[in-house]
Write a protein of this length. Sequence first.
Length: 353
Amino acid sequence: MIPGDRLVVLCRPGFEGDCAAELAQRAAEVGAWGHARTRDGQGLLEFFPGGHHPLSLLAGRFGETPVFPRQWCAAGPLFEDLPEGDRLGPLLADVDVPVADLVVETPEGDAYRPLARLARRLVGPARGVLQARGDWCPDDPDAVRLHLVLAAGDAAWVGRSPLERSSPEPGGIVRLKQHPEAPSRSALKLEEALQVFLTPADRHLLFDGRRTAVDLGAAPGGWTWVLRRRGVQVLAVDNGALAPVLAKDPEVEHVRADAFTFEPTTPVDWLVCDVVDKPARVVELMARWLRRGRARRALFNLKLPMRRRWQAVEDARARFERVLGEAAPGFSLHIRQLYHDREEVTCYAAPRS
Ligand code: SAM
């Protein structure tokens, strides 16, 4: 397989510049450098690193917990003029590494919908080719995830990534269906966050039917509803009204108060917050709760209406650690732009195990 000279990266359309800024900083932090090639609004960029092979970058510290990249792989140049009758032939010809997983994917967006259908149709045949050649090795610990990233019906990148550093979902998109009873679309944000940030074992342990939560900025109640479905008792803080399904739930207490001054009488397991305010104010609030032991873990959203969003994320992280002070090493903070996030990112702060 050709070694690859670039990372092919998928992100939310409109966030290519933020994604490029993040990649450049990640590279600098590990002594590498690089430049990005992107077209705004495409949700796609190529990042050409200097000084390091892109696959070893992904495997190292560079590849830990990305914020704006939803999916990435180390790839070579774009294959063009693929024959309609045998697109897979040229794409898979040089793949000579053990493959444990395969994703065929496209950038996000309406313009890519027909291509996404083609991508779905190619998965089975591509896996068949790899199996027939003996390259399909799901149990091989050294096997990689193989990516076919379609740029057009006749053009694609072939990439690979370490399994634990990329998503098994095409485009890194966790697709969830809105439940008809969910009070708001925001429910999907929290549901996705729980899927992305927690392992199945974590979810089992952390939602064992005995947990408590405070939901700041709860109305109309999508997040409270998600927590209730996982058996959590919720204090829902908002001056706005909760959906009727929650208003009559005895395990939900609606508190009409200001999120920035509210204090529970006893500590809770979960603090969640979807208040629309400055990232600095929200991270400070979250860090204060954790520092004082008022909550064990916090899951919250930072709204990013500003232009330099990567910088805003970095500032928020630094402020969070500053306010946590001596308690900071005891917590990890994961920040990620989820599929159901718009001009925002979702953060999960938890005690280090
Ligand atoms: N997570 C909610 C859901 O799933 O339905 C949606 C939350 S909505 C984006 C933001 C909420 O924050 C609004 O209901 C608003 O009333 C509330 N809010 C804004 N500032 C607040 C404050 N200082 N204190 C309490 N609630 C606040």
